[in-house]
Design a protein around this ligand. Structure first.
Ligand code: PRX
Length: 642
């Protein structure tokens, strides 16, 4: 029987061996540590080619029973959730497992009262307040499929996601505070709902007490509704493969796709990886700074810690408000033991200077973590020295929305640690490097395309409403493998270093965008003939967005004031279509794009120019108009001089 908790490096090696020799027996023994209403009949039926991978079939469970009910007897009065508000002067909130259980049951009953049933999709568009955590769990309680949309996305993005999922209900708030910003969340929802006929009910949480319009029969205040329902709600019995949630994420083509995760496998994987990567003890406080609108918030702010009975901290604000010492102030205030954040936040705080971090003791910290993008060595060392005081190990955790949980990472203090290296695959994760022809690279020290060779319980089940897209995106590039879209290096000691995306996905401050998504928004402007978007190295964000835009002849490209208007229109188009988070950092007006004779844009050249390269573009003879390259270089120069 495989141990649920790995407490030595040898135990990790042993688990890896067991998982490789008999994966089904391995995962069955991990799954046995959870509460099932009915055990599974079959651990795994796998088919990579058709993307038909099913775990623990026949098993019946409810993930909220594992997050809440299971703990009531032994740790009912222990803190489950600590909430720190945007404004440090406002009161924080603490909820025990018992209190959280009651709140989840109440909201679950409100959903039921409004006709929401098992299998219905519920969209959540909310600030980082306890009610968001409660609402997510309330959906899971009754078997409704939650689709959390980060409350920084625009009304159009929200509408797209609601429509794609066919959501019947939206949970939101009156407004939102984030740093110095105040966002009228309900107004964004109202605008989105003009295009969403499937939505019958909107439940609104009070946060800012701003006046909002409430549509009779459709919109209800959550605090009033909660008063009308029972305080207990039986957990719906769910099949292991019933969908638990949809989370939209960007790929190389088209609109963002709804990644679907099912309850049984996701629970086992999020629980197991949380336990072992962060090694939290019973008395510890865990803080993941991600928003619940991203997968990191799902798996390691909410489900992972609660599944393990760990106290999780939720923060409403941003790292730099009211000053760049906020993260560290919160660590001291709540005695945080494990702190998990993104490299972009570390780089931003590093740029603000050491004084902000040196002002706090940070004595409670035991372990640090990073996620979302490659961490550069300078930021890694700053984090290690100034935050971790060279005492706390760092786990650099590589994974994706599609993987459900951490795939490659150190395990607390147990594993070897090397700056900028994610490390070794977790037990049961068979990570391989392929060359461009799809051949597995045997040598340990190598660079290639990162693929996963075997199913794991937390893996993506489908892309909502379009299974073929799931097959095409992840399982078709290389037969028999899940293709991650990342390039990676493996050092002689077997440790992986993630290089970054090899497809047309840009990772801006740990947020994924498809270049096509941004181009579609830009191309919607009247003055624009065509555009091409690429990522370039950015000192804080990891990657910045560089847009090359070709204007229509009628747009008045030589007229400065006219150009400024067009520039503003382009920015506005992206903000409206996607959200402020996808705003291009640079917009370069271009006379044309480097295209092959068949009309394909050579992005390789555009990427080089955006990186500041002025020559050595390789073979440009296949270009329809090779002169365009020099014109683009000139354009880049005058852009950077501006
Ligand atoms: O390129 C990898 C990068 O983030 C991508 C996944 O993005 P998303 O689905 O939004 O999930 C982010 C949080 C899990 C990956 O394809 N990435 C994630 N973690 C790391 C990373 N790149 C380098 N190092 C990491 N630790």
């Amino acid at each position: 029987m495989a141990a649920y908790h790995l407490d030595t490096f040898e135990a990790y090696l042993d688990a890896r061996r067991q998982a490789a020799e008999n994966p089904e027996a391995f995962w069955a023994s991990i799954a046995a540590h959870f509460a099932w209403k009915r055990p599974w009949d079959n651990v795994l039926s796998a088919d990579f080619e058709r993307a038909h991978n099913r775990w623990f079939e026949g098993g019946i469970l409810n993930i909220t029973e594992n997050c809440l009910d299971r703990h009531l007897e032994i740790r009912g009065n222990k803190l489950a959730l600590i909430w720190e508000p945007n404004d440090p002067r406002e009161r924080f909130v603490r909820l025990t497992f018992r209190e959280l259980h009651t709140q989840v049951c109440q909201v679950a009953n409100v959903l039921k009262k409004h006709g929401i049933q098992k299998g219905d999709r519920v969209a959540l568009y909310m600030p980082m307040i306890p009610e968001l955590a409660v609402s997510v769990l309330a959906c899971a309680r009754i078997g409704a499929v939650h689709s959390v949309v980060f409350a920084g996305f625009s009304a159009q993005s929200l509408a797209d996601r609601i429509q794609d999922a066919g959501a019947r209900c939206v949970l939101t708030s009156d407004g939102l505070y984030r740093g110095n910003k105040e966002i009228p969340v309900k107004r964004v929802v109202d605008e989105a709902l003009e295009q969403c006929p499937t939505v019958e009910k909107v439940l609104v949480v009070e946060r800012t007490l701003w006046a909002v319009s409430m549509q009779p029969g459709r919109d209800f205040w959550m605090h009033e509704e909660v008063e009308t329902v029972e305080r207990d709600c039986a957990a719906a019995p769910m099949e292991a493969e019933d969908p638990l949630f949809i989370l939209y994420t960007s790929g190389s083509t088209g609109k963002p796709k709804g990644v679907v995760h099912s309850g049984g496998g996701y629970m086992v994987y999020a629980g197991y990886t949380f336990r072992n990567v962060f090694q939290c003890r019973e008395s510890e406080v865990f803080w993941c700074t991600a928003d619940i609108g991203w997968i990191t918030g799902h798996s390691y702010l909410l489900y992972g810690p609660l599944l393990n009975g760990t106290t999780t901290l939720m923060f409403e604000g941003v790292p730099t408000h009211p000053d760049p010492g906020r993260f560290w102030q919160v660590c001291d205030k709540h005695g945080v033991n494990v702190f998990y954040t993104a490299p972009t936040a570390i780089r931003a705080l590093m740029a603000a200077g050491e004084d902000h971090v040196l002002a706090y003791s940070l004595d409670s910290l035991r372990l640090l973590g990073t996620v979302g993008e490659p961490i550069n060595e300078e930021a890694w060392h700053w984090y290690h020295i100034h935050v971790g005081k060279e005492r706390c190990p760092i786990v650099d955790t590589w994974w994706q929305t599609e993987t459900g949980g951490i795939m490659i990472s150190g395990l607390g203090a147990l594993s070897p640690m090397k700056p900028a290296h994610a490390g070794l695959p977790l037990p049961g994760v068979e990570a391989v490097l392929l060359d461009k022809e799809g051949r597995e690279i045997e040598a340990t020290e190598a660079e290639g395309l990162l693929c996963i060779k075997r199913p794991w319980p937390g893996m993506i089940r489908t892309t909502y409403g379009d299974h073929d897209r799931c097959v095409q995106t992840y399982f078709s590039a290389f037969k028999g493998y899940y293709f991650t879209g990342d390039g990676a290096k493996r050092a002689s000691d077997g440790l992986f270093r993630i290089i970054g995306r090899v497809d047309d996905v840009i990772n801006v401050s740990g947020h994924r965008f498809g270049t096509a998504e941004i181009e579609n928004a830009i191309n919607g402007c009247k003055a624009v003939a065509e555009s091409a978007v690429v990522g370039y190295p950015h000192p804080i964000k990891g990657q910045g967005i560089h847009a090359y835009v070709v204007l229509r002849e009628s747009a008045g490209a030589s007229d400065e004031p006219q150009l400024e208007i067009v520039h503003a229109e382009i920015v506005e188009a992206v903000v409206e279509s996607i959200g402020r988070i996808a705003k291009p950092d640079r917009i370069q007006m271009a006379p044309g794009l480097p295209k092959t004779r068949s009309g394909k844009i050579m992005r390789r050249i555009l990427r080089k120019i955006a990186e500041g390269e002025t020559e050595s573009f390789g073979d440009t003879s296949t270009l329809l108009d090779p002169d365009v390259v020099q014109a683009l270089v000139q354009g880049y120069r005058s852009l950077s001089e501006h």
